[in-house]
Design a binder for this molecule. Structure first.
Ligand SMILES: *[C@@H]1O[C@H](CO)[C@@H](O)[C@H](O)[C@H]1NC(C)=O
Ligand SMILES: *[C@@H]1O[C@H](CO)[C@@H](O)[C@H](O)[C@H]1NC(C)=O
Ligand SMILES: *[C@@H]1O[C@H](CO)[C@@H](O)[C@H](O)[C@H]1NC(C)=O
Ligand SMILES: *[C@@H]1O[C@H](CO)[C@@H](O)[C@H](O)[C@H]1NC(C)=O
Ligand SMILES: *[C@@H]1O[C@H](CO)[C@@H](O)[C@H](O)[C@H]1NC(C)=O
Ligand SMILES: *[C@@H]1O[C@H](CO)[C@@H](O)[C@H](O)[C@H]1NC(C)=O
Ligand SMILES: *[C@@H]1O[C@H](CO)[C@@H](O)[C@H](O)[C@H]1NC(C)=O
Ligand SMILES: *[C@@H]1O[C@H](CO)[C@@H](O)[C@H](O)[C@H]1NC(C)=O
Ligand SMILES: *[C@@H]1O[C@H](CO)[C@@H](O)[C@H](O)[C@H]1NC(C)=O
Length: 501
């Protein structure tokens, strides 16, 4: 009796080990998930460790490629195809920091994003002083917009432009084109136009006023209350959605700023990035598995091919065309509502995903190469951190021919590319990659190790217990037969057994 009790105990313990091993195999990853969630929301939830959100965990750079027009006069006077030369890259390293950080009670944090740009001559081909010839965006915006206005307004515009000597192409330095130059038309508009329609600046530059702390107040989720919203935008200047478009889905900016995402992504996850200048949130879907620096595996997300498709090809895009049809052609996104009604169309570089006729309307633009011109972001799916990214966008001006304005009478309807840029996140600081390496490799190893030990212990104990039970059983049989033959008492047997043992 006493003996089988002991063996039963051993069996119970070994079965316990085996069960625990199974539990580890099945649930270990969920425990890791809980720990990661805790660590992540803890990191954003306290000011001293706000670093991961305070400063971007990655070093961003922006590489700008400018289309220099080399035959502006022949294009205007002889009607020849415009010839452009792609210059660059002009490289700026960026420093991002979140300023004026306030933690709110509801699991969100508000801040103003500071971005500083530093020209990196060593990586650039050319300097900020290079002189380029590009379409005069303020002028061509004004003339294109006047297309449907009264004729006398267009004639008035023509004489003003005559007096101010405004030409359809400007010769500016790269630094001026990006960071601003004084534009006579904007200066005039500032003095003349009624206050409420006024443009806020008298300088024009494609990145004018971007070097510094943004006036936009961003509120994002810290994940403390709901980890599935970690890093997503809650409010932008107090607003919870855009109002340009026709549906809630298209007006939503529930999206990331591009550096951090909700953890635990699958291949089915659609991630979203919001940027003010993109004028919408951009969806990205899983494309393939990649291996980043330090052998960290990640997922590559890229915009779906029909993201900027015309409404005929992708009826979901109808919501982005509130005043259409006609709507933007396939491969373009109309951001004029976010750009003071300038006819700016965004596309991917070299008109990737657009009809090739836009590219061949000019000379000097090579065919789009997905490797060089597509937009993608690699993330570590468990942590939801961006490992590397290439956000590539081309800025185009959709010019409409206006024959009444003599300066631009010969400027045909054309989608004129100005420049394209690649905002990249390249290298992660070492401590981030090692943390991500740990998140990737340690949990599976720990799980395998722990469950292996538990299974081994359980199995050994079980074998021992069974062996002893079997041996004990033989003894019981033997004892039983000897009792029958020798007619001895059980007490004697136990004594003899104990002596043998
Ligand atoms: C851009 O093109 C113009 C001619 O249109 C030329 O004078 C100028 O040198 C070019 N800029 C660069 C940086 O090559
Ligand atoms: C443009 O026109 C002028 C004068 O008519 C002519 O000399 C020149 O060769 C033309 N250029 C081109 C590129 O056709
Ligand atoms: C910081 O945020 C507070 C609250 O939103 C605001 O009143 C203040 O003006 C901000 N300060 C700066 C320097 O942006
Ligand atoms: C959280 O609190 C902030 C500040 O009080 C507020 O602006 C924001 O709308 C709130 N967000 C949610 C989801 O309630
Ligand atoms: C951006 O601002 C910083 C600090 O004010 C300055 O050092 C830097 O030169 C500026 N960058 C550009 C491109 O103007
Ligand atoms: C979007 O914003 C407008 C006003 O800013 C508001 O009336 C509307 O309810 C919002 N829609 C959603 C889905 O939040
Ligand atoms: C992804 O979606 C497909 C089809 O919709 C489904 O079969 C699959 O189970 C999903 N995978 C995950 C991880 O959710
Ligand atoms: C872009 O949008 C504006 C405003 O919605 C519209 O007036 C314009 O016609 C659009 N341009 C194109 C090329 O679709
Ligand atoms: C591209 O545009 C041309 C002319 O506008 C048209 O004939 C052609 O069918 C288009 N190609 C595609 C693939 O849409």
């Amino acid at each position: 009796m006493y003996k089988t009790k002991f063996e039963g105990f051993v069996v119970a313990v070994s079965v316990g080990f085996l069960l625990f091993g199974i539990i580890v195999v099945v649930f270990f990853m969920s425990w890791v998930k809980l720990v990661i969630n805790h660590v992540r929301s803890d990191v954003t939830g306290r000011i001293p460790s706000f670093r991961m959100v305070g400063e971007a965990p990655v070093i961003p750079t922006i590489r700008v490629y400018i289309f220099n027009v080399t035959n502006a006069d022949e294009f205007l006077n002889n009607g020849s195809k415009p010839i452009v030369e792609e210059l660059g890259p002009y490289v700026y390293t960026e420093r991002w920091e979140k300023k004026n950080i306030t933690f709110n009670d509801n699991g969100t944090v508000s801040f103003n994003q500071e971005k500083l740009y530093f020209f990196d001559e060593s990586q650039s081909v050319g300097t900020e002083d290079d002189v380029v010839v590009v379409p005069n965006i303020p002028m061509l915006s004004a003339t294109s917009q006047s297309k449907h206005a009264a004729r006398f307004l267009r004639l008035a515009m023509a004489s003003i432009m005559d007096i101010l000597k405004i030409k359809p192409f400007v010769e500016v330095s790269v630094g001026q084109l990006l960071w601003g130059y004084e534009d006579p038309l904007l200066k005039l508009a500032k003095d003349v136009v009624p206050k409420e329609q006024k443009l806020p600046y008298e300088e024009f530059g494609l990145m004018y006023n971007k070097n510094g702390t943004s006036h936009d107040r961003l509120t994002i989720f810290t994940g403390a209350s709901d980890i599935t919203k970690y890093g997503l935008i809650d409010r932008w200047n107090g607003k919870s959605n855009l109002s340009h478009y026709t549906t809630d889905e298209c007006n939503s900016f529930e999206a990331s700023d591009g550096s951090i995402f909700p953890p635990h992504m699958t291949k089915n996850t659609t991630i979203h990035i919001f940027d003010k200048d993109l004028c919408r949130r951009l969806p990205l879907v899983f494309e393939k598995e990649v291996v980043g620096s330090d052998d960290i595996p990640g997922y590559r997300f890229t915009p779906p091919k029909d993201v900027f498709a015309s409404v005929d090809e992708n009826p979901d895009n109808m919501c982005f065309c509130p005043q259409g049809p006609p709507c933007a052609p396939s491969g373009f996104f109309n951001v004029s509502l976010c750009q003071y009604d300038s006819p700016i169309l965004l596309s991917f570089p070299h008109f990737y995903l657009a009809n090739d006729s836009y590219r061949t309307a000019l000379e000097g633009i090579s065919p789009a190469d997905p490797e060089k011109h597509r937009f993608y972001i690699d993330v570590q799916p468990i942590m939801g951190t961006a490992m590397s990214a290439k956000a590539r966008v081309q800025i185009n001006l959709a010019v409409s021919q206006v024959v009444d304005i003599k300066q631009v009478a010969t400027f045909p309807d054309i989608v004129f590319p100005i420049l394209w840029f690649e905002e990249g996140l390249n290298s992660l600081p070492k401590e981030m990659t090692s943390l991500m390496g740990l998140a990737n490799t340690v949990p599976p190893i720990a799980r395998a190790g722990l469950s292996g030990v538990l299974f081994a212990l359980g199995a050994i104990l079980l074998v021992v217990a069974i062996w002893r039970l079997v041996r004990g059983g033989q003894q019981v049989e033997f004892l039983a037969s000897s009792t029958r033959s020798r007619q001895s008492s059980q007490q004697d047997e136990r004594v003899s057994h104990e002596q043998r043992a």
